[in-house]
Design a protein around this ligand. Sequence first.
Ligand code: ZN
Length: 219
Amino acid sequence: MKYLKFKNPSEQVPVGKLVCVGRNYAAHAKELGNDVPEFPIIFLKTASNIIYSGESVVHPTYSQDLQHEVELVLYIGELVKNANNEQAENAIQGYTVGLDMTLRDLQFEFKKKGEPWTLAKCFDTAAVLSEVVLKKDYQLRGNENISLSVNGIKKQNSSIKNMIFSPGEIVKYISARMTLEKGDLIFTGTPEGVSRVIAGDKIEAEIENIGKISTHVIK
Ligand code: ZN
């Protein structure tokens, strides 16, 4: 079982499900040759995929195209189902930085065949997290910088204001389809600039005022 790490720890919270949004930044949808979606595109990762900043991403042997995606991650702090705007906002009780590590070659292959992308998104070390900052300690402005560099070279650099669907809209949409519970995490999509990483690469990611991730890719 995986537990969440908090900046100001008050309790132990086991990680629930990881619900992820695809194509939530128009420029990233475009770079992968996709249309901007009308509704959030939803997929899942699993709690056992999680590692924390400082631990290493293990490159799967069955992929030649492991890519980084830096994302704002929402911490769900209470059970919510069919949320209205206010309930959706209240259910979001913290934020953290996440890397949605993706096997792009497998994903393209699955998409081409019309098969689920599960194995392109779910593998050990596929979700890298920093510590959760509780909302009571930091209120999101909505225009925080989000960035990622590989070996010191900036690859992703945007603002969370460029998200197509806001955190509240995402929680409202998901909660109308599945109950969200305390300990669930929502990956809100990545800005443009995703790129391939290989063993030996150092990935550093940051969301202004939220946190930082530092990790190495290993074989
Ligand atoms: Zn992603």
